[in-house]
Design a protein around this ligand. Sequence first.
Ligand code: HEC
Ligand code: HEC
Length: 374
Amino acid sequence: MRSTAYISGACALIALFVLACARDAPEGPGPVGTPYPLHIPSNFPPMPLPPDNPLTVEGVQLGRHLFYEKRLSGNDHQSCATCHSFSTSFTDGVSTSTGIDGVNGTRNAMALVNLGWQSFFFWDGRASTLEQQALEPVRNPIEMHDTWPAVEAQLQADPAYPPLFQAAFGTSTIDSLLVAKAIAQFLRTLISGNSPYDKWKRGEGTLSADALAGYVLFTTEAGPVGQPITLPGTNTTVIGQGGADCFHCHTEGLFTDGGFHNNALDEMPADSGRALVTHQAADLGRFKVPTLRNIGLTRPYMHDGRFFSIEQVLDHYDSGGHASATADPLMKFTDPGSSMGLTAEMRTQLKAFLDALVDYEFVGDPAIRDPGPP
Ligand code: HEC
Ligand code: HEC
């Protein structure tokens, strides 16, 4: 009895001491706040999170305000959401985006979904973290065309923002790195995993017969059944299986393999793509493989928005595109006269499958819309 009482007395003392220490902990810049309950669909892997920017309720909410904040641009007219609209899976519906000065860029605004699982950002992959990516649009002269010191001063002068930074990061002194951290936190919550395809995968729903047939085409090797095909530019031979070959690059799950490929759009690409970053000839015309999630909402398509419909995209893959030194060998039908041989029925089926990748719960989610003024 006596020794138990002694032990519990000692425990109470230790507990008091720990509490006192916790209360005295210095409050500097760094993660503070309430851990954010991230809901990851059961058919997805865990999301890797950077140790120096854990998700918090306060950080995500601040990032959401900043994503819709027009004062991040030079004339206070453009926010991230101007080019990344939630109702179209965060795209802008035009081939190439226009910045605040009316200058048209050369690239198509990318869908912002399931970014937390990716390791490269932009069509050429020049940013390798979301924190790094978020710094760029503000100072890009053909996008938001502002300077970070000006943005920091504007946000600091608004009585609403300093307390939000205090709650999210333990400091009310606003700087660009904290703005980028908060936006990156919000971007990581843009998880799309409730399409009919996902529900079918999880055993929660069914797909139409056309969509199921499209899924089989999507995940099956192309070429006439049983016929050997030599991959262009290689000595490798594969046996045709009558499919459409999409899965090699648009790998099931995220519907991107996370890598860079040249899908044979041009013989001489006007945009060098990945080579702009690596300066390697082998990367000429290679671009980040975009996700196909919500593809029915994100037209026009490709890095320059050259195709306006899924039919045009299927025409491209059916005809095989243009041969070049860097065209991916998996683009098997670049030889003139050869083709994948997609019939009208196969096209209908592939399109039905791509439509089953649209997640209307995601684009209708009130938690990702403009939250209004902070
Ligand atoms: C003027 C239109 C425009 C504005 C404003 C804009 N973006 Fe973008 N965004 C684009 C375009 C175009 C691309 C592709 C650019 C490239 O590849 O060079 C892109 C690419 C991205 C990507 C890469 C996605 C991926 O899969 O690799 C992210 C993330 C992103 N933007 C987030 C943001 C954030 C955050 C903001 C606000 C701070 C923002 N954008 C402001 C047009 C815009
Ligand atoms: C060799 C790899 C590869 C294969 C095989 C492939 N794709 Fe792609 N896909 C890409 C790349 C890379 C891009 C982006 C190219 C660009 O913009 O320059 C792309 C872009 C797309 C886009 C436009 C997405 C957007 O957001 O703009 C669609 C749609 C698409 N592919 C569908 C398909 C379908 C359907 C198949 C099968 C018939 C297929 N892809 C096979 C690599 C591939």
